[in-house]
Design a protein around this ligand. Structure first.
Ligand code: GAR
Length: 203
């Protein structure tokens, strides 16, 4: 797990740990990220790797990679990790690197998604769990959840409504991956078993 701040999505994963998966380690690029304390409280190793300790991005990302491998991670989850990872890191963890983003991608890539959704006047907003590619907030979509935008919404109210959905879809997506229920085919996420209607309701 990589994170930068509050760690409520990490908490959702800690609370949802299942027979088929566990959280091996929480690594933050911010020394006092509150999410690290959540990991420690749950008995999960927590580590801060501040960017300033490294001369360049490659060395910084090598340190993340080493920490994850040492902890025995099979999958890397970006849960509120507020840095763009370089293409080398993405290739190393290809199809084993998952991000949660607070919008219905491909709408509103990048930052300030809730403010931009309100400014655009969309009727629906939400969150997306996807495999990571080198381009910003791009990659095969695993799961999305939508929430209605209300006429009197504030950025904070909308963010809270979306966050509640994030806490459901992220553990669900991780469970699907851990249980071998999905795979990537031609840059689309498909059900490993075509009869699995839960994973792929459109079929
Ligand atoms: C979440 O809303 C997550 O989707 C978002 O940061 C928040 C982290 O909250 N991620 C991004 O914006 C990534 N570009 P958390 O630390 O409480 O999980």
């Amino acid at each position: 797990m990589l994170l930068s701040g509050r760690g409520s999505n990490l908490q959702a994963l800690l609370d949802a740990r299942a027979a088929s998966w566990e959280v091996a380690i929480a690594v933050a690029d911010v020394e006092d990220a509150p999410g690290l304390a959540r990991a420690e409280a749950a008995g999960v190793p927590a580590l801060a790797i501040p960017r300033r300790d490294f001369a360049d991005r490659a060395a910084f990302e090598d340190a993340f990679d080493a920490a994850l491998r040492t902890a025995g991670a099979d999958l890397v989850v970006l849960a509120g990790f507020m840095r763009v990872l370089g293409p080398e890191f993405v290739v190393r963890w290809y199809d084993r690197l998952v991000n949660i983003h607070p919008s219905l991608l491909p709408a509103f890539r990048g930052l300030d998604t809730h403010r931009r959704a309100l400014a655009a006047g969309v009727g629906w907003h939400g969150c997306t769990v996807h495999f990571v590619r080198a381009a910003l907030d791009a990659g095969p979509i695993i799961l999305q959840a939508a929430v209605p935008v209300r006429p009197d919404d504030t950025e904070e109210a909308l963010a809270a409504r979306v966050l509640a959905r994030e806490h459901h879809v992220l553990p669900q997506a991780i469970g699907w991956i851990a249980d071998g229920r999905i795979r990537v085919e031609n840059e689309r996420v498909v059900a490993a078993d075509p009869e699995d209607m839960t994973v792929n309701p459109s079929q």
